[in-house]
Write a protein that binds this ligand. Structure first.
Ligand SMILES: Cc1ncc(COP(=O)(O)O)c(C=O)c1O
Length: 470
C-alpha cells in the first residue's frame, strides 16, 4: 500500500477533503501515474483507519473531476489526464486500455438534453430560412450590440406573460449562454475580489465563472424552503446568485417569506440578487411559481433566462434583464463589445416567438415532460420502492435520488456494467460532504418513456446486486 497521506484529525478541514487534495496532488505531480490501480475503498479505509464514507467521498470527487476512473469489474484507476509530459508512452499502461468499460450504454440519464420527438423542427427551419430571406441588407452587417431589437421585444412580452417580469426591450441584453451572462454581470457589478453568495450545493457552471473572475464565494446552506437568508445577512456578500423557482440541483422552491427577506436584504444593503430562472417554464404540479424579479420593487434583482431548456441548448441563446440603473453603466462601459450570438439565430427566434410557435412549443413540452416525469416517478416507486427517496420532484428536467445504504460510486459503477449511466451531483458542492456521495442525479428530458422505464428497472437490479454484494 503506497498511499500514506498525512491526515490530521485535529484540523477543521474534513478528512475526506484532506485525502482528496492529497491524491489530486500526487496525480498532478506525477507520483501517481495513469494506469495505476487504486486500493479499493475498503482496503484504503482499513489502511488509513478512516471510515469508508471518507474514502468514498474523496474517490467520488476525484472521479467526477476526471482524476480517477472506475472500470467495471476491475476497480478504480488513475485516469489519463491530458498532459503529454505525464504519460508520454501509452504502451506503459496497457492494463488501463484492456479494462475500459466495454458495455454499450443503453440508457443515459444525462442532464441537459431536451426532447427530440415533439421538437417543431419544420417550423424552426422555416423561421431560420425566413430570417435569412428577409428583404434588406442586415445579413451583411454586424448586429445591434445589445442584441436584435425584435428578439428583445419578444422576450420582454414573453416574460411579462409567463414569468410576471416587467421589463422593456431596452433593459434586455442578449447573451450566448448563462456563463456569458454571469461573466458580464461580474464585470458590471465589479465583483472581482468581492464576496458573492451562492447556494450550496449550487450550479457549478456559475461557480466556475465566479472563481475565474476572482470572486470570494460564500456557500449558503439550504433548508427545505431554499437558501438560508440569515447566512447571507451575516455575510459580506455584495451579490447573491440564486435559483428560486427550482433550486439547482435539489429542486426546492424558495418560500415567499424567504423571497421577501432576501429582497429586504438587497434593499437595505444595496446588494444585488442574481436570479437564474433556467427552467421556470416546466412545473408539473400546482401553479407556476412567479419569478423573484416580479416581486422586486427597488430594481435589485438581475434576471437571467436561457433558451437551453425551453427550446434548444445548441442555440447558445440566453438573456439578462438588467435594472435600468445598471443599463447606464453597461452602455457607458461595455457597449464597446460586439454581440456574440449570431443575428441569424436571433432573428429566427424572434420570428418563432412572434408566430406563437414558441408558446405552443412550451405548452406541448410541458405536457411531454410531465408524462416523462410521471413515468420516472412511477417506475422508481414500482421498482425501487423505499430503497431510495426522490428529491425535488415537482418541476424541471431532472430529479435527485437519495440512496440508502449504497453509495453513488457503487451504484454508478454497477450501472455501467448493466448499460445504464447515472451521474453524481458531487461536483455541485463547493465543499463536498460525504452526504453528497449518497445522491444520484437523473436527467430525463432527452429520454423516451420506454427508455426511462428500462433505465429505472436496470438501476433497481443494480441496487439489489450491490446490496447483496454481488
Ligand atoms: C442552474 C442552471 N442555469 C443555467 C443553465 C443553462 O445554461 P446555458 O444557458 O449556458 O445553457 C443550466 C443548465 O444546465 C443550469 O443547470
Amino acid at each position: 500500500m503506497e498511499l500514506t497521506p498525512f491526515l490530521q484529525r485535529e484540523l477543521s478541514e474534513p478528512l475526506y477533503s484532506q485525502l482528496y487534495y492529497w491524491i489530486k496532488k500526487e496525480i498532478e505531480e506525477g507520483r501517481l501515474l495513469p494506469g495505476i490501480k487504486m486500493p479499493s475503498v475498503r482496503q484504503l479505509s482499513t489502511h488509513l483507519k478512516v471510515s469508508r464514507n471518507t474514502v468514498e467521498a474523496a474517490y467520488q470527487q476525484l472521479q467526477s473531476e476526471g482524476y480517477l476512473e472506475s472500470v467495471p469489474k476491475s476497480g478504480i484507476w488513475v485516469a489519463e489526464i491530458e498532459k503529454p509530459s505525464m504519460h508520454p508512452n501509452e504502451a506503459e499502461h496497457p492494463v488501463m486500455q484492456e479494462c475500459k468499460p466495454s458495455r454499450e450504454v443503453l440508457v443515459d440519464f444525462e442532464y441537459g438534453n431536451v426532447d427530440l420527438d415533439k421538437f417543431p423542427l419544420k417550423q424552426w427551419k422555416k423561421c431560420l430560412s425566413d430570417a435569412v430571406g428577409q428583404e434588406n441588407n442586415w445579413l451583411f452587417e454586424y448586429s445591434e450590440k445589445q442584441g436584435e431589437f425584435e428578439l428583445r421585444r419578444e422576450i420582454s412580452n414573453y416574460l411579462l406573460q409567463s414569468r410576471g417580469v416587467r421589463s422593456t426591450p431596452e433593459q434586455i441584453l442578449i447573451t450566448a449562454g448563462t456563463q456569458t451572462s454571469m461573466a458580464l454581470i461580474c464585470r458590471i457589478l465589479a465583483l472581482q475580489g468581492n464576496t458573492v453568495a451562492m447556494e450550496e450545493p449550487g450550479y457549478s457552471g456559475v461557480r466556475s465563472v465566479f472563481e475565474d473572475q476572482g470572486c470570494q464565494i460564500e456557500p449558503v446552506p439550504l433548508g427545505k424552503d431554499g437558501l438560508s437568508v440569515e447566512h447571507i445577512q451575516l455575510s459580506r456578500a455584495k451579490a447573491v446568485y440564486v435559483t428560486p423557482s427550482h433550486q439547482f440541483p435539489f429542486g426546492m422552491i424558495l418560500s415567499i417569506s424567504k423571497r421577501m427577506r432576501l429582497l429586504k436584504w438587497a434593499y437595505q444593503t444595496g446588494g444585488y440578487i442574481i436570479e437564474d430562472d433556467y427552467d421556470g417554464e416546466f412545473r408539473y404540479r400546482g401553479q407556476p411559481i412567479p419569478s423573484l424579479k416580479s416581486l422586486d420593487e427597488e430594481e435589485r434583482v438581475i434576471y437571467l433566462g436561457t433558451f437551453s431548456k425551453s427550446f434548444l441548448p445548441s442555440l447558445r441563446l440566453s438573456y439578462i434583464v438588467l435594472p435600468p440603473s445598471l443599463m447606464d453603466h453597461y452602455s457607458r462601459t461595455f457597449a464597446v463589445y460586439n454581440q456574440s450570438v449570431s443575428p441569424i439565430i436571433q432573428r429566427a427566434m424572434a420570428l418563432f416567438m412572434k408566430s406563437g410557435e414558441f408558446e405552443r412549443h412550451i405548452r406541448r413540452m410541458r405536457k411531454q415532460y410531465q408524462r416523462k416525469h410521471q413515468a420516472l416517478l412511477r417506475s422508481i416507486d414500482q421498482y425501487m420502492g423505499t430503497k431510495v427517496k426522490i428529491v425535488g420532484e415537482k418541476s424541471g428536467l431532472h430529479i435527485l435520488l437519495k440512496l440508502k445504504g449504497v453509495s453513488t460510486l457503487e451504484l454508478s459503477e454497477k450501472g455501467l456494467q448493466k448499460g445504464v449511466k447515472v451521474y453524481s451531483p458531487m461536483n455541485f458542492w463547493l465543499n463536498p460532504t460525504p452526504e453528497g456521495n449518497s445522491y444520484i442525479m437523473l436527467g430525463f428530458g432527452g429520454l423516451s418513456i420506454e427508455e426511462i422505464e428500462k433505465g429505472v428497472r436496470l438501476l433497481a437490479s443494480c441496487l439489489r446486486e450491490v446490496e447483496i454484494g454481488e
